[in-house]
Write a protein that binds this ligand. Structure first.
Ligand code: NAD
Length: 318
């Protein structure tokens, strides 16, 4: 069985050959693109940053399994995989704490002007503090959109900071709200009352542009917007307009609709301009990336492949 892994990091390069003995392995450092397809792949393993389109799926004659090394699977054409009879498996949970901690890295990075402060000293040996004033999290209202595995950890951390939490979810978890002492509100009310908003929903048709040009005016003036979920959840042009109009005071993004274009150096000027703004922190889809989370991703991926080979697949997505 030939297993082809894309977006392989140095740890994976050592790990997979040790654990997946008996497989023919190809370990490719670059993300999967139409120009580096290995047509002999029987098992295809990618990360969230590799797009697996219908065209690609249909160009792999021996493909038997797609194993994404991520929770999200919006990068894979599930319909095309289904039509070809190729199951798709994912890593349903590996780092809810990991991504929640990163969410707070972005929140604190903004509230305490961490990037500016560090750069001022590192690049200019400037120790002046007048221009670096931040704000407290204590007593601020955090609106959490999506109260699943990651969102619920974000709520727990927020409460340690003394923040007030409100939340929106298409499928409210009443027990969770009771246990963690927060209230569910409508999305509109969340937009109207939150000082900070953090998105933790899956990337799907129903969550596309939850924040968009038509509803951005509902936001409380001066709100901070954080997104570590999927780029498609926020319409970037709406965010740019809101930053221009100072409706949004700052954003922390680990994901962006145009992240692929940015990587390929094909993003338009307005997106390049977004990155250069002092009140924008953009990170390269890196919230998952800790030693411990990576290890859990590897272990689950190996279990996924072995279970499939033993005819009892686990972690199937539909
Ligand atoms: P989860 O499935 O546990 O939680 C998602 C929540 O969103 C659920 O409570 C669900 O009811 C809610 N939801 C679904 N559709 C909705 C809709 N239309 N409107 C409102 N709420 C809706 O997922 P999770 O593990 O908490 O992950 C959340 C997001 O984080 C996903 O998009 C995932 O891909 C992303 N993620 C990003 C990184 C990263 O490195 N940046 C890493 C892991 C996960």
């Amino acid at each position: 069985m030939k297993a082809v892994f894309y977006d392989v990091n140095p740890v994976e390069k050592l790990y997979f050959p040790q654990i997946l003995t008996g497989y023919e392995l190809a370990l490719i450092e670059e993300p999967f693109t139409s120009s580096n397809i290995d047509p002999s792949a029987e098992i295809l393993s990618v990360r969230a940053t590799s797009k697996v389109s219908a065209e690609v799926i249909n160009s792999l004659p021996g493909l038997k399994l797609i194993a994404t090394r991520s929770t999200g699977f919006d990068n894979i054409d599930l319909e095309a995989a289904k039509l070809k009879g190729v199951p798709v498996v994912n890593v349903p949970a590996y780092g809810e704490e990991t991504v929640a901690e990163f969410t707070f890295a972005l929140i604190l990075g903004i509230s305490r002007r961490l990037v500016d402060a560090a750069n001022q000293v590192k690049l200019h040996r400037n120790f002046e503090t007048d221009s670096l004033q931040g704000f407290d999290l204590q007593s601020k209202v955090l609106g959490v959109v999506g109260t699943g595995k990651i969102g619920s950890h974000v709520i727990k951390i927020a409460q340690c900071f003394g923040m007030k939490v409100i939340a929106y979810d298409a499928f409210p978890n009443v027990n969770l709200a009771h246990e963690l002492n927060f209230a569910y509100v409508s999305l509109e009310d969340l937009y109207k009352t939150s000082d900070m908003i953090s998105f933790h929903v899956p990337g799907r048709k129903e969550t596309e542009h939850m924040l968009n040009i038509d509803n951005i005016n509902q936001l409380k003036r001066g709100v901070v917007v954080i997104n570590t979920s999927r780029g498609m959840v926020i319409e970037t042009q709406a965010l740019i307009k809101a930053l221009d109009e100072q409706l949004v005071s700052a954003v922390g993004l680990d994901v962006l609709e145009e992240e692929q274009q940015l990587k390929d150096n094909q993003a338009d000027q307005s997106i390049q301009g977004l990155i250069d703004r002092p009140n924008v922190i953009l990170t390269p889809h890196n919230a998952f990336n800790t030693y411990e989370a990576n290890q859990r991703i590897l272990d689950t991926t190996v279990e996924n492949i072995k279970a499939f080979m033993a005819n009892s697949p686990i972690n199937l997505v539909s």
